[in-house]
Design a protein around this ligand. Structure first.
Ligand SMILES: [Zn+2]
Length: 116
């Protein structure tokens, strides 16, 4: 399942940050805010579910995963028009060029962690 491996990735990053920032003490992880690009094609409810399954009965149990989807945006290499890619049509709506560069929408970013 796509979401399961993503949730695993998120958890690994979170655990990394927590040990680096020495947040592994008595504090509990309350919230993890992530931004996921539209191209990653994630179903937020499903990602949340997987995250909850993976954190269940661990130190991170009860942490909330907040997901924000970043729209898929591209930049036309011919006319420099920037646009939102809709329905995965990878061509410029202005000049119909297919020489476009994705500028947003492929990322998975951990925005912040809240430890209480
Ligand atoms: Zn164009």
């Amino acid at each position: 399942m796509h979401e399961m491996s993503l949730a695993q990735n998120i958890l690994e990053i979170v655990q990394d940050i927590m040990s680096r920032e020495k947040l592994n003490g008595p504090g509990r992880l309350k919230e993890v805010a992530v931004q996921v690009g539209e191209l990653v094609a994630v179903v937020p409810e499903s990602l949340e579910f997987c995250f909850n399954v993976l954190t269940e009965n661990t130190k991170l149990s009860g942490a909330q995963l907040k997901i924000e989807i970043l729209p898929l945006s591209a930049d036309c290499q011919d006319c420099r028009h920037q646009f939102h890619v809709e329905n995965f049509v990878f061509s410029c709506p202005r000049c119909h060029s297919t020489k476009i560069e994705i500028i947003q929408g492929q990322e998975l970013i951990i925005r912040h962690l809240e430890v209480v």
